[in-house]
Design a protein around this ligand. Structure first.
Ligand code: FES
Length: 111
């Protein structure tokens, strides 16, 4: 069973914006879409490490700020290619609070 931890209010992230949280697994970007869905992805583009949290959110996709790869935030896959994927994490919103998988916070990074 996945245990979730409260990381803050949904309102703290602007629509089409992101917030970076530091976790045991590295930096994770938590995105808020225009229609208030949230997604959590590693904040590191699999291409050359661009900060996805600084990318442009459009629908349920985010465009990397460095070389414009477009990622589907549901799956983390790069659009139109099997060139790469970014890891996604369980996240949800309950009563205006953002909850992420406790696994992210507690489990040490795999070597
Ligand atoms: S680093 Fe993200 S597209 Fe190049």
């Amino acid at each position: 069973m996945t245990v979730f931890i409260d990381i803050g209010a949904l309102e703290d992230i602007p629509r089409q914006g992101a917030r970076v949280i530091r976790t045991a697994q590295g930096c994770v970007a938590v995105f808020r879409t225009m229609d208030d869905r949230v997604f959590a992805l590693d904040d590191r583009c699999p291409h050359k490490g661009g900060p996805l949290s600084e990318g442009i959110v459009h629908g349920d996709r985010v465009t990397c700020p460095l070389h414009n790869w477009v990622f589907d935030m549901n799956s983390g896959t790069a659009q139109g290619a099997d060139e790469g994927a970014v890891r996604t994490w369980p996240v949800r919103v309950e009563q205006g609070r953002i909850l992420i998988s406790a696994e992210l916070v507690s489990r040490p990074r795999a070597a």
